[in-house]
Design a protein around this ligand. Structure first.
Ligand code: 5GP
Ligand code: ZN
Length: 145
């Protein structure tokens, strides 16, 4: 079943509908960007498709293409306005990945050297035996499905 365009219990749907306020940065027919209410760093922005899709993986191609096109411009503006030295682009998908608002969205987080953000995450030591090849084959197979 297709995702509903508007989910009445979704905080981002309510922002998009104008039911609750947000500090909007840009708006197009398909997308809106606004400041995160609890920023990791000042200027932390969210880019959100205007229809309700729970994660990035459910986003229809036209939305994905449009949001992808908007991202570099939005990132440049956030960096310029905050005088950041860098930025992280983060998408949390699912509770296990830290998603708290189930309306897929991009975080644009301006970064300064020595700020209090803990990044990067810990990396593993590599793969054992033929695990890498097996995962490669399984993902390739899923891509073709
Ligand atoms: P997630 O954890 O789902 O990846 O990110 C959700 C983000 O939405 C959080 O960073 C949180 O601070 C932000 N957020 C939650 N509620 C509101 C709200 O009502 N307004 C705004 N502007 N941001 C919100
Ligand atoms: Zn929503």
């Amino acid at each position: 079943m297709a995702a509903p365009a508007f989910e009445p219990h979704c905080i981002f749907c309510k922002i998009i509908a104008g039911e609750i306020p947000a500090a909007k940065l840009l708006e197009t027919d398909l997308a809106v960007a606004f400041l995160d209410i609890n920023p990791v760093n000042p200027g932390h922005a969210l880019l959100v498709p205007k229809t309700h899709h729970s994660t990035l993986a459910e986003l229809p191609d036209p939305y994905a293409a449009h949001l992808g096109e908007l991202l570099p411009r939005l990132c440049r503006a956030v960096v310029a306005a905050t005088r950041a030295e860098g930025f992280n682009l983060v998408v949390n998908n699912g509770r296990a990945a830290g998603q708290t608002v189930d309306h897929g969205h991009w975080h644009i987080i301006p970064r300064l050297r020595g700020d209090s953000v803990h990044w990067p995450w810990p990396h593993g030591r590599g793969y054992a035996d033929d695990e890498l090849a097996q995962l490669q084959a399984r993902i390739q197979s899923a891509l073709g499905a």
